[in-house]
Design a protein. Structure first.
Length: 127
């Protein structure tokens, strides 16, 4: 799937940059990055075409669960945990007041700009 700690956000243990995303791929992921670490736009769009039934540009908690189940590789428990952890943390941190995880937010994770967007949002709220 993706690493929630991608982009420019510093991690005290190990920095992961989008340009090196292939190194953090795991099984049971969304397939949005290929084995070379390249973003696959069609796979990203597929997430929302297949799983966003309530709102075409967002995922509910139930739709997110459906996505994770659909991407599971049989008996790949480590991959399941990695995927679950990444998606659930993203959902908890970034869902809106209606419980929707928006497509723009998910794209920001994949392109590495999520934390910049969150920082800008916090700054706007302080004004």
């Amino acid at each position: 799937m993706f690493s929630l700690l991608s982009g420019k956000f510093p991690n005290l243990l190990f920095p992961i940059e989008v340009q090196h995303i292939a190194k953090s791929k795991h099984t049971s992921d969304s397939g949005v990055y290929d084995t070379e670490g390249r973003f696959v736009s069609s796979k990203f769009e597929e997430i929302f075409h297949k799983h966003s039934n309530t709102n075409a540009n967002a995922l509910t908690a139930d739709e997110l669960s459906s996505l994770m189940k659909a991407n599971r590789v049989p008996k790949d428990y480590k991959g399941w945990v990695a995927s679950y952890t990444e998606w659930k943390i993203l959902y908890i941190l970034c869902k809106d007041k209606n419980g929707l995880l928006h497509k723009d937010t998910v794209r920001a994770v994949f392109d590495g700009s999520l934390f910049e967007h969150l920082e800008q949002e916090i700054a706007r709220k302080k004004e």
